[in-house]
Design a protein around this ligand. Structure first.
Ligand SMILES: Cc1cc2nc3c(=O)[nH]c(=O)nc-3n(C[C@H](O)[C@H](O)[C@H](O)COP(=O)(O)O)c2cc1C
Length: 244
Protein backbone atom coordinates (compact mmCIF):
# COMPACT_ATOMS: atom_id res chain seq x y z
CA UNK A 1 0.00 0.00 0.00
CA UNK A 2 2.80 2.36 1.01
CA UNK A 3 4.72 1.50 -2.19
CA UNK A 4 1.67 2.33 -4.22
CA UNK A 5 1.27 5.72 -2.51
CA UNK A 6 4.93 6.48 -3.20
CA UNK A 7 4.47 5.57 -6.84
CA UNK A 8 1.33 7.75 -7.06
CA UNK A 9 3.27 10.64 -5.59
CA UNK A 10 6.11 10.10 -8.08
CA UNK A 11 3.67 9.96 -10.96
CA UNK A 12 1.93 13.15 -9.79
CA UNK A 13 5.20 15.04 -9.50
CA UNK A 14 6.30 13.77 -12.94
CA UNK A 15 3.01 14.99 -14.42
CA UNK A 16 3.48 18.33 -12.63
CA UNK A 17 6.98 18.62 -14.10
CA UNK A 18 5.69 17.89 -17.60
CA UNK A 19 2.98 20.54 -17.13
CA UNK A 20 5.57 23.06 -15.93
CA UNK A 21 7.75 22.39 -19.00
CA UNK A 22 4.71 22.72 -21.26
CA UNK A 23 3.71 25.94 -19.47
CA UNK A 24 7.25 27.30 -20.03
CA UNK A 25 7.14 26.40 -23.73
CA UNK A 26 3.66 27.95 -24.09
CA UNK A 27 4.77 31.11 -22.31
CA UNK A 28 7.84 31.40 -24.52
CA UNK A 29 5.67 30.88 -27.60
CA UNK A 30 3.21 33.52 -26.44
CA UNK A 31 6.01 35.99 -25.69
CA UNK A 32 7.62 35.29 -29.06
CA UNK A 33 4.30 35.84 -30.85
CA UNK A 34 3.74 39.11 -28.95
CA UNK A 35 7.28 40.26 -29.86
CA UNK A 36 6.74 39.37 -33.53
CA UNK A 37 3.38 41.20 -33.57
CA UNK A 38 4.99 44.22 -31.84
CA UNK A 39 7.88 44.33 -34.36
CA UNK A 40 5.42 44.02 -37.22
CA UNK A 41 3.16 46.76 -35.86
CA UNK A 42 6.01 49.18 -35.02
CA UNK A 43 7.69 48.71 -38.40
CA UNK A 44 4.38 49.11 -40.20
CA UNK A 45 3.79 52.34 -38.25
CA UNK A 46 6.67 54.06 -40.09
CA UNK A 47 5.90 52.11 -43.26
CA UNK A 48 2.47 53.81 -43.33
CA UNK A 49 4.20 57.15 -43.82
CA UNK A 50 5.78 57.97 -47.16
CA UNK A 51 9.12 59.74 -47.54
CA UNK A 52 8.74 63.43 -48.40
CA UNK A 53 10.91 64.37 -51.36
CA UNK A 54 11.96 67.97 -50.75
CA UNK A 55 12.30 70.66 -53.38
CA UNK A 56 15.75 72.00 -54.33
CA UNK A 57 16.48 75.19 -52.37
CA UNK A 58 15.22 78.43 -53.86
CA UNK A 59 18.27 80.72 -53.83
CA UNK A 60 16.41 83.84 -54.88
CA UNK A 61 13.81 84.32 -52.14
CA UNK A 62 13.97 86.06 -48.80
CA UNK A 63 15.05 89.31 -47.24
CA UNK A 64 18.64 90.52 -47.15
CA UNK A 65 20.95 89.10 -44.50
CA UNK A 66 21.09 92.48 -42.70
CA UNK A 67 17.29 92.71 -42.69
CA UNK A 68 16.99 89.12 -41.46
CA UNK A 69 19.43 89.81 -38.64
CA UNK A 70 17.50 92.95 -37.77
CA UNK A 71 14.29 90.89 -37.41
CA UNK A 72 15.70 87.74 -35.76
CA UNK A 73 13.97 86.95 -32.47
CA UNK A 74 12.54 84.15 -30.33
CA UNK A 75 8.79 83.64 -30.59
CA UNK A 76 6.57 81.55 -28.35
CA UNK A 77 3.22 82.06 -30.11
CA UNK A 78 2.43 80.12 -33.24
CA UNK A 79 -0.35 79.83 -35.76
CA UNK A 80 -1.32 76.18 -36.33
CA UNK A 81 -1.20 76.62 -40.15
CA UNK A 82 1.09 74.05 -41.81
CA UNK A 83 4.20 74.94 -43.79
CA UNK A 84 3.95 74.34 -47.55
CA UNK A 85 6.47 71.82 -48.90
CA UNK A 86 8.49 74.57 -50.66
CA UNK A 87 8.95 76.39 -47.35
CA UNK A 88 9.77 73.18 -45.47
CA UNK A 89 12.33 72.33 -48.17
CA UNK A 90 14.07 75.71 -47.94
CA UNK A 91 13.93 75.65 -44.14
CA UNK A 92 15.71 72.29 -43.85
CA UNK A 93 18.28 73.14 -46.48
CA UNK A 94 19.00 76.42 -44.65
CA UNK A 95 19.31 74.53 -41.35
CA UNK A 96 22.06 72.12 -42.42
CA UNK A 97 21.54 71.14 -46.05
CA UNK A 98 24.43 70.38 -48.39
CA UNK A 99 25.69 73.58 -50.02
CA UNK A 100 28.84 72.05 -51.62
CA UNK A 101 27.88 68.76 -53.27
CA UNK A 102 31.53 68.04 -54.22
CA UNK A 103 32.56 67.70 -50.58
CA UNK A 104 29.15 67.05 -49.01
CA UNK A 105 29.69 69.98 -46.66
CA UNK A 106 26.77 71.86 -45.16
CA UNK A 107 25.23 75.31 -44.59
CA UNK A 108 26.28 74.98 -40.93
CA UNK A 109 29.85 74.31 -39.79
CA UNK A 110 30.64 71.27 -37.64
CA UNK A 111 33.69 70.58 -35.48
CA UNK A 112 36.15 68.33 -37.36
CA UNK A 113 33.44 68.12 -40.03
CA UNK A 114 31.80 65.32 -38.02
CA UNK A 115 28.29 66.35 -39.20
CA UNK A 116 26.98 64.59 -36.12
CA UNK A 117 23.79 66.60 -35.67
CA UNK A 118 20.72 64.93 -37.11
CA UNK A 119 17.59 66.97 -37.58
CA UNK A 120 14.34 65.19 -36.77
CA UNK A 121 11.08 66.87 -37.72
CA UNK A 122 8.01 66.32 -35.54
CA UNK A 123 4.79 67.13 -37.38
CA UNK A 124 1.13 66.22 -36.91
CA UNK A 125 1.41 63.24 -39.26
CA UNK A 126 4.53 61.83 -37.66
CA UNK A 127 8.22 62.01 -36.95
CA UNK A 128 10.67 62.31 -39.85
CA UNK A 129 14.46 62.27 -40.23
CA UNK A 130 16.08 64.85 -42.50
CA UNK A 131 18.40 63.02 -44.89
CA UNK A 132 20.50 65.98 -46.09
CA UNK A 133 22.35 63.99 -48.75
CA UNK A 134 19.15 62.91 -50.50
CA UNK A 135 17.30 66.09 -49.39
CA UNK A 136 14.41 63.88 -48.29
CA UNK A 137 12.37 63.55 -45.12
CA UNK A 138 12.43 59.89 -44.13
CA UNK A 139 9.56 58.58 -42.00
CA UNK A 140 10.49 57.39 -38.51
CA UNK A 141 7.26 57.05 -36.53
CA UNK A 142 3.60 57.66 -37.24
CA UNK A 143 3.10 59.52 -33.95
CA UNK A 144 2.57 63.22 -33.36
CA UNK A 145 5.42 63.94 -30.91
CA UNK A 146 5.12 67.74 -30.94
CA UNK A 147 3.58 67.85 -27.47
CA UNK A 148 6.36 65.61 -26.14
CA UNK A 149 8.91 68.35 -26.91
CA UNK A 150 7.49 70.76 -24.31
CA UNK A 151 7.88 70.44 -20.56
CA UNK A 152 5.84 72.00 -17.77
CA UNK A 153 7.71 75.17 -16.75
CA UNK A 154 7.82 76.20 -20.40
CA UNK A 155 6.23 79.60 -21.04
CA UNK A 156 3.31 79.61 -23.54
CA UNK A 157 3.48 75.82 -23.61
CA UNK A 158 0.12 75.34 -25.32
CA UNK A 159 0.96 77.75 -28.12
CA UNK A 160 4.42 76.23 -28.63
CA UNK A 161 2.73 72.79 -28.88
CA UNK A 162 0.46 74.14 -31.61
CA UNK A 163 3.37 75.03 -33.90
CA UNK A 164 3.13 72.97 -37.10
CA UNK A 165 6.60 71.60 -36.62
CA UNK A 166 9.23 71.02 -34.01
CA UNK A 167 12.81 70.48 -35.11
CA UNK A 168 14.63 68.11 -32.76
CA UNK A 169 18.42 68.32 -32.89
CA UNK A 170 20.01 64.99 -32.03
CA UNK A 171 23.77 64.47 -31.67
CA UNK A 172 25.02 61.09 -32.82
CA UNK A 173 27.97 60.43 -30.52
CA UNK A 174 28.92 57.37 -32.58
CA UNK A 175 30.10 59.80 -35.30
CA UNK A 176 32.36 61.62 -32.83
CA UNK A 177 35.01 59.01 -32.05
CA UNK A 178 37.64 61.69 -32.77
CA UNK A 179 36.87 63.01 -29.27
CA UNK A 180 38.01 60.86 -26.38
CA UNK A 181 35.30 61.58 -23.81
CA UNK A 182 31.62 62.46 -23.61
CA UNK A 183 32.34 65.91 -22.16
CA UNK A 184 34.08 66.92 -25.40
CA UNK A 185 31.34 65.31 -27.46
CA UNK A 186 28.73 67.27 -25.48
CA UNK A 187 30.62 70.56 -25.93
CA UNK A 188 31.17 70.25 -29.70
CA UNK A 189 27.71 68.88 -30.45
CA UNK A 190 26.12 71.77 -28.49
CA UNK A 191 28.23 74.29 -30.42
CA UNK A 192 27.38 72.63 -33.76
CA UNK A 193 23.66 72.66 -32.90
CA UNK A 194 23.88 76.40 -32.19
CA UNK A 195 24.92 77.11 -35.77
CA UNK A 196 22.05 75.08 -37.19
CA UNK A 197 19.52 76.72 -34.88
CA UNK A 198 20.79 80.17 -35.88
CA UNK A 199 20.46 79.27 -39.59
CA UNK A 200 16.84 78.39 -38.85
CA UNK A 201 16.33 81.69 -36.97
CA UNK A 202 17.68 83.63 -39.97
CA UNK A 203 15.69 81.69 -42.56
CA UNK A 204 12.54 82.29 -40.49
CA UNK A 205 13.07 86.03 -40.13
CA UNK A 206 13.92 86.20 -43.83
CA UNK A 207 10.62 84.45 -44.76
CA UNK A 208 8.21 85.98 -42.23
CA UNK A 209 8.07 82.75 -40.18
CA UNK A 210 8.45 82.64 -36.41
CA UNK A 211 10.66 80.33 -34.38
CA UNK A 212 12.03 79.67 -30.91
CA UNK A 213 14.77 77.35 -29.75
CA UNK A 214 14.40 75.50 -26.41
CA UNK A 215 16.80 73.76 -24.11
CA UNK A 216 14.12 72.98 -21.56
CA UNK A 217 12.99 69.56 -22.74
CA UNK A 218 12.56 66.19 -21.03
CA UNK A 219 15.36 64.49 -22.97
CA UNK A 220 14.93 61.04 -21.42
CA UNK A 221 11.21 60.88 -22.11
CA UNK A 222 11.52 62.32 -25.62
CA UNK A 223 14.42 59.95 -26.47
CA UNK A 224 12.18 57.02 -25.48
CA UNK A 225 9.26 58.39 -27.52
CA UNK A 226 11.57 58.78 -30.52
CA UNK A 227 13.10 55.31 -29.93
CA UNK A 228 16.61 56.76 -30.12
CA UNK A 229 19.73 54.64 -29.71
CA UNK A 230 21.90 54.98 -26.60
CA UNK A 231 24.57 57.08 -28.36
CA UNK A 232 21.99 59.53 -29.75
CA UNK A 233 21.59 62.59 -27.50
CA UNK A 234 18.92 65.25 -27.82
CA UNK A 235 20.55 68.70 -27.71
CA UNK A 236 17.83 71.29 -28.41
CA UNK A 237 14.37 71.56 -29.93
CA UNK A 238 13.07 74.42 -32.07
CA UNK A 239 9.50 75.28 -32.98
CA UNK A 240 8.77 76.80 -36.39
CA UNK A 241 5.55 78.23 -37.79
CA UNK A 242 3.62 81.28 -38.88
CA UNK A 243 2.91 84.21 -36.54
CA UNK A 244 -0.43 84.07 -34.70
C1 LIG B 1 20.64 77.27 -25.80
C2 LIG B 1 19.32 78.00 -25.65
C3 LIG B 1 18.31 77.41 -24.91
C4 LIG B 1 17.06 78.06 -24.77
N1 LIG B 1 16.05 77.44 -24.09
C5 LIG B 1 14.83 78.02 -24.04
C6 LIG B 1 13.73 77.35 -23.40
O1 LIG B 1 13.86 76.23 -22.92
N2 LIG B 1 12.52 77.96 -23.39
C7 LIG B 1 12.32 79.19 -23.96
O2 LIG B 1 11.20 79.68 -23.91
N3 LIG B 1 13.34 79.85 -24.56
C8 LIG B 1 14.58 79.30 -24.63
N4 LIG B 1 15.61 79.94 -25.29
C9 LIG B 1 15.36 81.23 -25.94
C10 LIG B 1 15.94 82.36 -25.10
O3 LIG B 1 15.17 82.56 -23.95
C11 LIG B 1 15.99 83.63 -25.97
O4 LIG B 1 16.90 83.42 -27.03
C12 LIG B 1 16.39 84.82 -25.16
O5 LIG B 1 15.35 85.20 -24.27
C13 LIG B 1 16.72 86.01 -26.02
O6 LIG B 1 15.63 86.33 -26.85
P1 LIG B 1 15.80 86.45 -28.44
O7 LIG B 1 16.18 85.12 -28.97
O8 LIG B 1 14.48 86.93 -28.94
O9 LIG B 1 16.91 87.43 -28.67
C14 LIG B 1 16.86 79.33 -25.40
C15 LIG B 1 17.91 79.91 -26.12
C16 LIG B 1 19.11 79.26 -26.26
C17 LIG B 1 20.21 79.90 -27.09
Amino acid sequence: MRDRNDEDKKNRSAVKKVFKILEGIMLKKILLSVAIIFCFVSSSIAADLSPIKLFPPDMKGGKSLMQSLQERKTSRSFNTKKLPIEVLSNLLWSACGINRPDSGKRTAPSASNRQEIDVYVAMEEGLYFYNAKAHVLEPVLKNDLRKNTTTFPQPSRSSVEGAPLQLIYVADYSKMSVYTNDEEKKFYSAADTGFIAQNVYLYCSSEGLVTGVRGLVDRDALSKNMKLRDRQKIVLVQAVGYPE
